[in-house]
Design a protein around this ligand. Structure first.
Ligand SMILES: CC(C)(COP(=O)(O)OP(=O)(O)OC[C@H]1O[C@@H](n2cnc3c(N)ncnc32)[C@H](O)[C@@H]1OP(=O)(O)O)[C@@H](O)C(=O)NCCC(=O)NCCS
Length: 272
């Protein structure tokens, strides 16, 4: 994991100009989400796309599995953004917005620092799967692998009374764990769209689990709640995922597998 940083090529100055999205602008799609599989085996081509800041992060990751998840995801993110923003992948510089709660520059939502773009991004990765959301407004995504979850222990600290009541109607076992994770991903996606992450009382955020597909969820900074449109994402594997967008202009969501060709005007919630 301690390889020397790959050399950084200098970008021509015109990449500094504000660039709009080839994939989103001029289409009916306001938000696009890409997913990719993560095998645990690192491709050299993916490692070559890492930038110095990525190597610093990588040096702090303790397990090979998490390191592979990080390398694969950074490579996919750079490649997708390179196509969306129409610049070479090594021009893409990722960073963080200031935390909207405490203004700390280190733990706010992710953003594209370079090239300059008005687009917002959201990132999530878990065992076997990564996600990138790109939107023309604040956006959050979360993906969780379906697994054994101690729902009895977590429900009191994570669910509203109504969500807890719903969970008890779901048969114990994998169905209940999946139902819990669906509510969890809706909450985490919303809190990432707000920009604060899981730093608030989760039992105060109602995700309306009986609403199938899309729900309106209220969350925000203390004293400034906002309504978000949250859509479940249907991934072809053992994962549960959701994307949260500003409720004012949610528009359709396009879901792509990374590497699939970008199509202008793809259908709402379509999968490529
Ligand atoms: C952000 C957080 C929800 C990530 O959860 P996770 O399940 O560990 O990881 P995920 O894979 O789903 O998401 C990770 C991605 O979330 C994004 N992220 C991190 N902080 C974020 C924030 N505040 N808002 C939105 N997205 C954020 C990052 O892009 C990160 O990916 P990267 O590190 O590869 O760039 C979690 O780490 C958290 O809540 N942290 C605490 C945030 C905090 O301290 N807030 C204090 C406010 S004063």
């Amino acid at each position: 994991m301690s390889q020397p940083p790959a050399p950084v090529r200098q970008a021509p100055p015109d990449y500094e100009r504000s660039t709009s999205s080839r994939a989103l602008a001029g289409t009916s799609v306001a938000t696009a989400v890409w997913w990719w599989p993560i095998s645990g085996v690192v491709q050299q081509a993916d490692r070559a796309l890492l930038q110095p800041s990525d190597h610093e992060r990588l040096a702090r990751i303790r397990t090979p599995a998490r390191a592979a998840e990080f390398i694969t995801s950074r490579a996919r993110i750079r490649t997708i953004l390179s196509e969306v923003l129409d610049v070479p992948p090594d021009v893409i510089e990722l960073g963080r917005r200031r935390c909207p709660c405490c203004a700390d520059p280190d733990h706010g939502p992710p953003m594209v620092l370079r090239p300059h773009t008005p687009l917002w991004i959201g990132i999530s990765h878990t065992e076997g799967c990564g996600l990138l959301a790109v939107s023309d407004a604040p956006v959050g995504v979360d993906v969780e692998r379906v697994r054994t979850v101690r729902t009895e222990e977590l429900a009191p600290v994570a669910l509203t009374r109504s969500e807890d009541g719903y969970l008890r109607t779901v048969p114990e076992g994998i169905a209940r764990e999946r139902a819990f994770l669906r509510m969890w991903t809706r909450k985490e996606a919303v809190l990432k769209a707000v920009g604060i992450g899981i730093s608030t009382d989760l039992t105060a955020i109602e995700t309306h689990p009986r609403s199938v597909g899309t729900a309106r969820v209220v969350a925000g900074l203390p004293g400034a709640p906002h309504t978000w449109s949250v859509s479940d994402l249907s991934l072809p594997g053992p994962w549960v995922a959701a994307v949260a967008r500003h409720d004012g202009r949610p528009g359709p969501v396009a879901l792509h597998r990374a590497g699939a060709r970008l199509l202008p005007g793809v259908a709402s919630a379509g999968r490529t």
